[in-house]
Design a binder for this molecule. Structure first.
Ligand code: GDP
Length: 460
């Protein structure tokens, strides 16, 4: 699923990793790479333009220059923009206040409508609904039979014309009263919804006919069905493998019948798939489901945020960045900055605050892995004993407030008391103080050199 796009984007971000500061040309190069990756993945040009403009603007802005790690902030921006392109929030199925909820499917022949009908029915059935499938695709000779097979697999009932009594565990009879014949898809759709009302099905899924290409007769038929059954949702099913044609097809269906949501089918294929990604953006209609295989179970509710993380192959990193944003609040960062500029020394009190912030973010190793340059330090990282942090914290907690702000005043007897209080040896206390003073010195040097403070006082 979007493998090549994903590979391209992650390769682009590798160049950014560990950069302390991003120049305008860094940003431009990144945006250019992203643009190429999107175009190669068949994402529609207007969407690419909008996307890269958004990324560039934000990447040059203050959120990146003030970020803990500018490279990762850019990744986060790309992720945010991707979520927007994919429709923003997850859109749930709208259920009718008075059942049945009527869902109409539209799309080209071969797009995966019938298969999807079965998947959706099964999904809803598993959620406790009583879905009824309605075979209003009378264009293809075996479409009705196919829907019956699909219904049987999903263990739901199918309402179909002709034989009147077809499929499922609870066969439904469509009686041919009135003037219209079984051959009329509008009549079948209407009769199906009628049956659902009578028999207490709370969701009706109406499969409609598709053609190999968009044509006016097809649109008219879809409109007629729509007007007759007044669906709560019209879902447009689009084959993710059809490439650039996806956007035009989507626009033609929007114009012809309009739809309330999009289903991306065949996302399991190795297609470039980017065109399908453009559909939400171009039509302004949310992607609601993804079809990811030929089996009934191969359906996913579409979450724009999760899909973006998947494409960027960055799920856990994004979570960490968010945790970092939450843990290091602005006040704390501003206070650190003020101290630094005011040439005040970093104290053990600051250190405790930083430790607390880091702990809020969870696993220390995964956090450190995000930090610049950590890729080359895998061995040291693996050897890192998280318990050492606990020991350091215990030592600092055994200090009095005076000692925490005046580390130089911690003499022999104070050291012995701290060691006893925290259950470590005096030599460990000595080591900590030595390292801490080293870190303070480093900060003073950085200040003179004009650099920014890192994370002084970290053990290890
Ligand atoms: P319809 O003409 O729109 O009803 O399309 P169908 O449901 O008959 O699907 C057309 C073909 O695509 C069939 O061979 C399906 O098995 C296949 N298909 C449908 N959905 C998927 C999917 O998500 N993944 C894959 N790999 N194949 C699919």
């Amino acid at each position: 699923m979007f493998t090549s796009l994903s590979d391209r984007l992650t390769a682009t971000f590798k160049n950014l990793r560990g950069k302390g500061r991003l120049s305008e040309s860094d940003v431009n190069a990144t945006v250019r790479d992203i643009r190429m990756a999107l175009l190669d993945a068949d994402v529609a040009l207007p969407v690419v333009k909008e996307f890269t403009r958004g990324v560039r603007e934000r990447a040059l802005g203050s959120e990146v220059s003030q970020a803990l790690n500018p490279g990762q902030q850019v990744v986060k921006i790309v992720n945010d923009e991707l979520v927007q392109i994919l429709g923003g929030e997850t859109r749930q199925l709208r259920l009718a206040k008075t059942p049945p909820t009527v869902i109409m499917l539209a799309g080209l022949q071969g797009s995966g409508k019938t298969t999807f009908a079965g998947k959706l029915a099964k999904l809803l059935k598993d959620q406790g609904h009583y879905p009824l499938l309605v075979a209003a695709d009378l264009q293809r000779p075996n479409a009705v039979t196919q829907l019956e097979v699909v219904a049987e697999r999903a263990e739901v009932v199918c309402f179909a014309p002709e034989r009147g009594n077809i499929g499922g565990h609870d066969a439904v009879t469509s009686s041919g009263e009135g003037t219209q014949s079984f051959g009329d898809p509008v009549w079948v759709a209407k009769a199906g919804v009628g049956q659902a009302k009578v028999r207490g099905y709370d969701v009706v899924i109406v499969d409609t006919a598709g053609r190999l290409a968009v044509d006016e007769n097809l649109m008219q038929q879809a409109r007629d069905i729509r007007d007759e059954i007044q669906p709560d949702e019209v879902l447009f099913v689009i084959d993710a493998m059809i490439g650039q044609a996806a956007v035009d097809t989507a626009l033609a269906f929007q114009d012809g019948v309009d739809f309330t949501g999009v289903v991306l089918s065949k996302l399991d294929g190795d297609a470039r798939g980017g065109a399908a990604l453009s559909v939400a953006s171009v039509t302004g209609r949310p992607i609601m489901y993804a079809s990811v295989g030929e089996q009934t179970k191969d359906i996913e509710v579409f979450h724009p945020d999760r899909m973006a993380s998947r494409i960027l192959d960055m799920g856990d990193v994004l979570t960490l960045i968010e945790q970092a944003e939450k843990a290091f609040d602005r006040r704390q960062a501003a206070e650190m900055h003020r101290k630094f500029m005011a040439e005040e020394d970093f104290t053990f009190t600051d250190f405790l605050e930083q430790m607390a912030a880091i702990k809020k973010m969870g696993n220390l190793k995964s956090l450190l892995q995000m930090m610049p340059g950590m890729g080359q330090m895998k061995d040291q990282l693996n050897a890192l004993d998280e318990r050492e942090f606990d020991r350091v914290e215990a030592m600092v907690r055994s200090m009095t407030p005076f000692e925490r702000t005046h580390p130089k005043q911690i003499n022999g007897s104070r050291r012995a008391r701290i060691a006893r209080g925290s259950g470590v040896s005096v030599s460990e206390v000595n080591q900590l103080l030595e390292r801490f003073q080293g870190a303070q010195k480093m900060m003073r040097q950085m200040r003179r050199g004009g650099g920014m403070p890192g994370m002084p006082g970290m053990p290890g």
